[in-house]
Design a protein around this ligand. Structure first.
Ligand code: HEC
Length: 109
């Protein structure tokens, strides 16, 4: 093989190999990462920020939402149990906001 043929072969190899390599790389990059858990945050609603900040340090959204619906008294009891029983660091103001949120999205109508 003379030099010009070698150069041509190399040019062909690189011009076809590079785009293929780039394509393989694109295919391996996932568009989104699916976590094996449910939603990472609570669904939108009044005071959702307080709920995301106060209730996700120890368990998931699903752990809270896959419970039976409760009355306002019921949710107040759960939130108090988290704070007094499990030492959840949530201010009284935020506890009230969280109860409002839970009654709105998972209350007994
Ligand atoms: C300091 C950790 C901690 C925080 C913060 C926390 N929890 Fe819990 N939660 C627990 C533990 C521990 C359990 C019991 C887990 C079990 O029994 O499997 C629990 C259980 C629950 C349950 C299941 C029912 C029950 O009464 O046991 C619900 C509902 C719940 N939490 C809601 C909440 C909500 C709403 C918040 C936000 C106000 C919250 N948790 C914040 C620790 C926490």
């Amino acid at each position: 093989m003379d030099r010009s043929k070698l150069a041509l072969t190399l040019a062909l190899v690189f011009s076809t190999a590079l785009p293929l390599g780039a394509q393989a790389l694109t295919l391996k990059t996932p568009a989104a990462v699916d976590l094996p858990f449910g939603d990472p945050e609570f669904p939108a609603g009044p005071n959702v920020d307080a709920v995301n900040a106060g209730c996700l340090t120890c368990h998931s959204v699903d752990h809270v939402l896959n419970q039976p619906s409760l009355s306002k008294a019921g949710w107040t009891e759960v939130v108090e149990k988290m704070v007094k029983g499990y030492k959840a660091p949530i201010t009284e103001e935020d506890q009230a906001k969280i109860v409002d949120y839970l009654v709105t999205i998972k209350g007994i109508k």
